[in-house]
Ligand binder design. Structure first.
Ligand code: IPE
Ligand code: IPE
Ligand code: MG
Length: 267
């Protein structure tokens, strides 16, 4: 606990508005390896180490939920050897890391079309999810074979099924109903989305869920992204004004009211 306080004091960030949910597009593994004349799979392995460190930092800072993009629905189109190395890495990572996540009271969940992954991998995913299901410190969502468009389509299909079974009427469909069917329903939307590797795009990540998420792009390649890089991203997030369509004055006023009510009734 003492070291947690120390870690917080040493950082650039304030304790007051730690993003509750952070999403990360972990990009740049291949370029990291290329720079070292190593195969791309070495970059992915190094990327896994970076993830371990970032999970720990998030937990220490009190981030409640972390959602990482591990494999997109489009990544299947990469060279066969890279895809199979990545799948091997996921299998080994689940074998090795689940116990540690469990010991640290972290719950792991997968989002995406996991039914298209190998049966062996699906079994390991199921086992890791079950083993950590009751953990409460932080949720780690791993997006595997995930695409934001796929997510919206699968949610739509469920609504259409409900319509055909007469449970709802098409004219009654609203955002709330769709949000209930989309991945990560029950979680708050990400407050901060970080993309490493220098590209400034979403690449089909959480299209629905990130409507009002603050975006942070960094040229740092994912394997080089450490606790300080996370602190920098959070500091940048804390300097933003989240307006959700309101004016700055309205946001100011509601913050004042919130601060007053949080500090109790004034004399
Ligand atoms: C991200 O790193 C990891 C996955 C997509 C699985 P990349 O492999 O895309 O790395 P770059 O962008 O080619 O450097
Ligand atoms: C996004 O990275 C997917 C993951 C990090 C898993 P990509 O490397 O696949 O994205 P693009 O191709 O640069 O848009
Ligand atoms: Mg990439």
């Amino acid at each position: 606990m003492e070291s947690l306080q120390k870690k917080k004091r040493n950082s650039l960030i304030s304790d007051s508005s730690i993003p509750s949910h952070i999403a990360i597009v972990m990009d740049g593994n291949g370029r990291w390896a290329l720079k070292r004349n190593r195969p791309r799979s070495m970059g992915h392995k190094a990327g896994l180490n970076a993830l371990r460190v970032v999970i720990e930092r998030c937990g220490n800072l009190g981030v409640r939920e972390l959602t990482v993009f591990a494999f997109s629905s489009e990544n299947w189109n990469r060279p066969e050897q890279e895809v199979s190395r990545l799948m091997d890495l996921f299998m080994r990572a689940l074998d090795r890391e689940t116990r540690e996540l469990d010991e640290n009271n972290v719950r792991i969940r997968f989002i995406g079309d996991v039914g298209a992954l190998s049966t062996a991998l699906q079994k390991k995913i199921q086992r890791a999810q079950t083993q950590t299901a009751n953990n409460t410190r932080m949720i780690l969502n791993v997006a595997a074979n995930y695409g934001g468009r796929w997510d919206i389509v699968q949610a739509t299909k469920k609504l259409v099924e409900d319509c055909s079974r007469g449970l709802i009427r098409p004219g009654d469909i609203n955002e709330e109903m769709l949000a209930k069917q989309i991945c990560l329903n029950g979680s708050s939307d990400p407050d901060l989305l970080i993309r490493t590797g220098g590209e400034m795009r979403i690449s089909n990540f959480l299209l629905w869920q990130s409507a009002y998420t603050e975006l942070h792009f960094t040229p740092t390649l994912w394997p080089d992204f450490g606790p300080e890089s996370l602190d920098e991203a959070i500091a940048a997030y804390q300097s933003r004004e989240r307006r959700f369509g309101l004016t700055s004055e309205q946001v100011d006023k509601s913050n004042r009211i919130f601060r007053q009510s949080a500090s109790g009734p004034s004399a």
